[in-house]
Design a binder for this molecule. Structure first.
Ligand code: 6GU
Length: 228
């Protein structure tokens, strides 16, 4: 898989992709992440990528030309499955969307800023719009990092234990059960007996019960039976 991220603030994306799982996924050749500085595609003297809004109003608008030039140069090199615009009014990111996008080959993520992009970008260049939640961020960069992380960890070979993405919260419509590690007792606070019993069937039964209980109490809207 390949992810091309277009941004006017490329440094914001340095650390998320240069540590831990996302770094290892790239080192193993399982994904290529390329960050593109929109300023490099600006055509005017001061290399600006935004301008005042027609009709007035507060805030700058990202211009179509640098964005179009950047996308065109990428499309000249390969075919893209989606050109995703990161925007708080996009389709809400869910686990099922991440699952679906993890099956694609090449993705472009365009990070919005200021008051957003010229509407013609959304009409003509973008194939999909994604939001990571109902709150407003200063720009699409952190959202693109979140979306990329959600996708990349699902790629075969990225997680060391191949089953662990399958046991994530949300994959079965349930949140994950509680987990414990040593010591078995700390300040009088004990780990549930069943987890120390070695009885695998009882342990699995307990985990499922806890997952169901937690989903019902914390995220009732997620619970499969109440969702369909
Ligand atoms: Cl994708 N962008 C911005 N700027 N804010 C957001 C968002 C995206 N998703 C939630 N809030």
């Amino acid at each position: 898989m390949r992810i091309d991220i277009i941004t006017c603030l490329p440094r914001l994306l340095e650390s998320p992709f240069n540590d831990s799982i996302l770094k290892r996924a790239q080192a193993k050749g399982l994904v290529t992440v390329a960050v593109h500085d929109l300023r490099a595609y600006a055509t005017n003297k001061h290399r600006t990528t935004d301008d005042y809004a027609f009709g007035g109003g507060a805030g700058m608008v990202m211009m179509i030309e640098p964005i179009d030039r950047c996308i065109e140069s990428l499309k000249a090199q390969r075919t893209y499955d989606e050109v995703i615009y990161m925007s708080p009014d996009g389709e809400l990111l869910t686990q099922s969307m991440a699952n679906e996008l993890s099956l694609k080959g090449n993705l472009i993520m365009l990070c919005g800023h200021y008051k957003g992009v010229d509407e013609r970008v959304r009409e003509h260049l973008v194939t999909r719009e994604v939001s990571i939640g109902d709150y407003v961020l200063s720009g699409g960069e952190l959202a693109a990092a979140v979306l990329s992380d959600a996708i990349i960890r699902l790629l075969p070979g990225v997680l060391s234990d191949e089953t662990s993405a399958l046991t994530d919260s949300f994959q079965d419509g349930l949140v994950a059960p509680p987990v414990y590690t040593r010591p078995a007792e700390y300040r009088g606070w004990k780990v549930p007996e069943v987890l120390l019993s070695g009885h695998q069937q009882n342990i699995e039964q307990w985990k499922l019960e806890k997952a169901i209980e937690r989903t019902k109490s914390r995220r009732p809207g997620l619970f499969p039976q109440e969702n369909s």
